[in-house]
Structures are given as C-alpha cells and as structure tokens.
Design a protein around this ligand. Structure first.
Ligand code: AMP
Ligand code: MG
Length: 403
C-alpha cells in the first residue's frame, strides 16, 4: 500500500489536527517560542498617561507665540507641577508625563535656548499636538494586546510585561519520544569496532524537536530482537508521550520488525511506505490510549531519510498547529543536471545561494545517498523534485526548502 507524498501528507496532517493540545500557565519571561492559549488584555491604558515623545519643551500651542520662558523641568518618572501660561514652557524629556495644561512638545532641535528663554527656529515645523504620545494611544484598557495562538517572540514578551501579565497560558509542549533500533548501534562515546556504528539519528531528531520548542525524550537504543522491540515499544506507547518516533527496522529486511510490532501492540497503521526518496519505508499510525491519541512514526534508519522524513512530515505540522514560522521556500535555478529516473517525489540535498542579481541558484554536488549524513550537514536546502520531473537539467526552476 505505497501512497503518494500528497496522500501521506494529508493523512499525517489530519492526524496532527486531531491531537488534543492541553494548556499550562508559565511565567511570562519563560514563554519565548511558546504558543499563547489565551488573549492577553491590557489591564491599563497604554501608555498610562500623556507623555512626551521627544526631548524638548512642552507648551500650550498658540500660533502667534514663538518664544517662551522655561518654568522648570520634568524628566521621565519625575513629574512636577508648574503654573504655566501660553508664554511659558517646561523643559521635558522623552517619556516624561505631560502637564495637563500643555498640548504640544517642540523637539530640542527646533529651538534655540538661552538661559531660561526658548525661541522657535525659523526652520521648525510647528503644529499643535506634535511629539506627544497620548494616553491609551497604544492600546486602551481591556483591548487585546496579544491574541490567542500567537507564537511568542521577544516583542510579545515586552507587550505582556507592559500589561502586567506575569503568567501566560500557553499550549503544553508535545512530548516526543525517540527510540533507535538496530543491532549495529553503539553509544557515541564508544569507538566502533567491527560492524558497529555510532548512534546518530537520535541526536538530529532530538535537536530538531528542541528547535521546535517541544520536549524530546531519548528512549535509547533497542536491538533487532522482536521480543525486546515489543517490550520497549509497548512501554513507550503506554507512557505519557504524545508522539513516538522510531528509527530503523521498517524496510523489508529480515529483521525489520518495527511495523509488525506496532501492529501487534494495537497501533492503527495509516500507511506504510510513501512514493518518495529518501524516506520511502516510513510507517505511520495512531495509537489510542485512554482518551488520548498518540501519533506513531516508524522512520527508516538511514540518517538522511529519517531527518528528511522529520522535516517534511513532522516539522511542518508542528509549525502549523503551533503557529510557528514555517521553513522558507524559494524557487531557485538549478546549476547542474540531476539524475532522477522514476516518478517518486525526491527531496535532494542542495546548496542554495542568492547571486549578485538577487536570483536564487541551487547546486548539488552531493552523492544523494541517504546514508551520507555528514554530506547532508553541508547542505542548506532540500530541493523538491516533483513526481513528474525526470532528470531535471541545468537551468530548471526548482522549489527549495531552506533548512
Ligand atoms: P534500517 O532502516 O534499520 O535498515 O537502517 C538503514 C541504515 O541506517 C543502516 O545502514 C543502519 O546502520 C543505519 N542506521 C539505522 N539506525 C541508525 C541510527 N540510529 N543512527 C545512525 N545510523 C543508523
Ligand atoms: Mg536496522
């Protein structure tokens, strides 16, 4: 039951949309890159008082009057009241509260000051109401400062701070378990001998999960023994995780038990194998536990395949449901011929640059073998070679996902 990329995407996208996102309250200054689960309202008018937008003098506007006697000084946070008339002014600093009587601020650059006398320069623009930030002009009390579902960036934390919102309700991070399978895998701090290799997939996946502000849980390595796989995967399915990602053991090799094990443990397999390269052997399913549905990804063990699968099927959906900025996509001109003789959708590793004319160019000097992880680490994009495109030649326009 091999399916197209589009079908696979649709099935996985639907499953992600059905995830039951729960919420939690956290200190606002810990909420960077989380997604807001409530509207944040202003608890006061912002700014809370009329204040000066410039360093200068505050006056009551009268078109006929061009010089003033400076009666005093008000700086930000140090309001003082003065008795004023149209011929007098106060020296005022940015952010300082504007005296009730005044309605205009003239920037310091636009006046000549001599002792306690200020005279408007001829070159000055002179308009009633200028250089003032009105009370509530940013936001009025009880208006929405940050809407629900906002992906929180530094600027939003500043907005929350201004509103005195010390705790924010955000969507909980998804808990994503990563389990590696393979008799050949050894921990990274050991030197491989014979036919062993160091575990690497787990780290690319956990780092990607972290980058998405989700919680990655390293479930370790399990060997290709069916009994052990049953035991480890059952444990993972019964834990609190929202998503399980396994790597390895989903192809058609003699010891590729992962899919069978999923089935035996009651995972509802939605599809096995997608018509893509790399990453074809992917198996995807759902597992109901209590009233919660977990998403189950069996990714192939090839380091490039597992990471590409994560990019196109997991990251995109997490970006969508958490309102995160998605990977940038650009159209680029191919700089060398590529070999693609079948009608799979390919995600080839490439190097993307913007040339001096502002046009994107993409080249691929890579072997494109799905085992070459270090080569992949030099790429900065995935080139999407669509199903219908056969052996694209230099000059072809290719859509690229920046990674
Ligand atoms: P498999 O999908 O289990 O057939 O594995 C395909 C290839 O990926 C084999 O060459 C494995 O040795 C390699 N591989 C599997 N799992 C990992 C892993 N976690 N880290 C690095 N390489 C792996
Ligand atoms: Mg294996």
């Amino acid at each position: 039951m091999m399916i197209s990329f589009e079908e696979a995407s649709k099935i996985i996208g639907n499953a992600f949309r059905q995830l039951n996102l729960t919420t939690e309250k956290i200190p606002f200054d810990k909420a960077l890159h989380r997604t807001l689960a409530e509207d944040v309202l202003a608890d006061i008018d912002l700014p809370p008082f009329n204040n000066s937008a410039m360093d200068g003098i505050a006056i009551r506007f009268n078109d006929k009057i061009r010089k003033w006697k400076i009666a005093g000084e008000i700086s930000a946070g140090n309001y003082d009241s003065y008795s004023l008339d149209e011929n007098s002014a106060v020296s005022i600093m940015t952010g300082a509260k504007l005296p009730e009587y005044c309605n205009t601020v003239i920037p310091i650059e636009d006046i000549d000051v001599n002792g306690n006398k200020a005279v408007l320069k001829d070159s000055a623009i002179f308009k009633i109401g200028m250089s003032i930030r009105k009370k509530g002009s940013d936001l009025s009390k009880n208006e929405i400062a940050i809407p629900k579902n906002t992906y929180l960036q530094p600027r939003h934390l500043a907005a929350a701070a201004s509103c005195g919102k010390v705790e924010l309700k955000v969507f909980k991070k998804l808990q994503i378990g990563v389990l590696a399978t393979g008799d050949e895998l050894i921990p990274v701090d050991e030197k491989p001998t014979g036919d062993k290799i160091r575990l690497s997939n787990t780290y690319a996946l956990l780092a990607s999960i972290n980058e998405l502000s989700m919680t990655g849980i390293n479930l370790g390595i399990v060997t290709d023994k069916k009994e052990l796989l049953l035991q480890n995967i059952a444990e993972a399915l019964n834990s609190e995780i929202d998503i399980l990602i396994t790597t390895g053991g989903v192809s058609v090799g003699k010891f590729d038990y992962v899919k069978d094990v999923f089935e035996e443990l009651g995972v509802d397999i939605k599809f096995w194998r997608a018509y893509i390269k790399p990453g074809k052997p992917i198996v995807f399913g759902a597992f109901d536990k209590g009233n919660k549905t977990k998403l189950i990804f069996g990714l192939p063990g090839n380091p490039v395949s597992s990471l590409v699968n994560f990019e196109i099927f997991v990251r995109e959906n997490i970006n969508k449901i958490f309102n995160q900025p998605e990977r940038e996509r650009v159209k680029a001109v191919l700089q060398n011929d590529l070999k693609k003789e079948d009608k799979k959708r390919y995600f080839m590793r490439g190097i993307l640059i913007k040339n001096n004319d502002g046009i994107y160019e993409v080249s691929s000097a890579f072997s494109q073998s799905s085992g070459n992880l270090v080569e992949m680490s030099k790429a900065n994009c995935l080139m999407i070679i669509e199903e219908g495109m056969i052996n694209p030649i230099e000059g072809t326009e290719i859509e690229c996902i920046m990674i």
